[in-house]
Design a protein around this ligand. Structure first.
Ligand code: BEZ
Length: 200
C-alpha cells in the first residue's frame, strides 16, 4: 500500500503513528506529497479528488481517504486493537476531538500562508484558537483517565494534535493550565513511533 505523506500534516502523522504502532510498516510505503488548498500540484488528486492528504492507495480496491477512514481500515487489517469494542465510542470521540484541534490549528496556519497579508482576519484566527483551547480544556478535564488506560486511536490522535501545536503554534503555550495533559504528552512523546513520525 502507498500512504501519501507529508510529515508536517498532523492528520498524516496520526495515520503514520498507527502504521508504526500496529506493526504495518513493511506493507505501507510513504509517498512524499505536498501542497496547500491553493496548490494541489503535488497532491494525490487521482486518489482523492479533494486533493488532500493522507490518502491510502490499496492493492485490493480504490484509494481510501480521509484519515479516520484510513485509520479504521488499517486497524481492521491489523486485527482491531485501536478501536476496541469495549471503548469504541470513547476512542472515536477522543479522536474526533483531537481531529478538531488539528482542523482549527491547520486553518490558522493556512490563514497566514494562503491569504494576502492585508486579507488575514485576526478575529477569525483567534476564534480558531478558542476552539483549540476549549478542546484542550475538555481533554484535561475529562479524558486523562482514558489516556492513562490501554492505547487506542484516541491516544494516537491526541498525540498527533499536540505535536502539531508544538510544531506550528509553540508561542501559544498550550501546556499552561493543563499540567496533566502536558505530563501525559511528555511521556507519550518519548515513544519510538512519535520520534520517527516527527516533522523535521
Ligand atoms: C503544515 O505545513 O502545517 C501542513 C502541511 C500539510 C497539511 C497540513 C498542515
Amino acid at each position: 500500500m502507498k500512504l501519501y505523506h507529508n510529515a508536517a500534516s498532523p492528520f498524516v502523522r496520526k495515520v503514520h503513528l498507527l502504521v508504526i504502532e500496529s506493526g504495518q510498516e513493511d506493507s505501507v510505503e510513504l509517498v512524499a506529497s505536498g501542497g496547500s488548498p491553493m496548490d494541489s500540484s503535488n497532491m494525490p488528486v487521482a486518489e482523492n479528488p479533494l486533493g488532500k492528504i493522507p490518502a491510502l492507495e490499496r492493492t485490493d480496491g480504490p484509494a481510501l481517504y480521509d484519515s479516520r477512514v484510513i485509520c479504521q481500515y488499517l486497524d481492521a487489517l491489523a486485527g482491531g486493537g485501536f478501536y476496541p469494542e469495549a471503548r469504541k465510542w470513547e476512542a472515536m470521540v477522543l479522536e474526533a476531538t483531537a481531529d478538531g484541534i488539528m482542523d482549527a490549528a491547520v486553518l490558522m496556519v493556512y490563514e497566514g500562508r494562503c491569504r494576502p497579508e492585508e486579507m488575514v482576519y485576526d478575529a477569525w484566527v483567534e476564534a480558531q484558537w478558542d476552539k483549540v483551547s476549549r478542546a484542550l480544556d475538555a481533554i484535561e478535564a475529562r479524558w486523562l483517565s482514558h489516556l492513562h488506560g490501554p492505547m487506542d486511536m484516541g491516544h494516537l490522535a491526541t498525540a498527533a494534535a499536540l505535536g502539531y501545536l508544538d510544531f506550528r503554534h509553540e508561542a501559544r503555550d498550550w501546556r499552561a493550565g493543563r499540567p496533566s495533559l502536558a505530563a501525559w504528552f511528555g511521556t507519550f512523546s518519548e515513544r519510538d513511533s512519535f520520534q520517527r513520525s516527527a516533522p523535521s
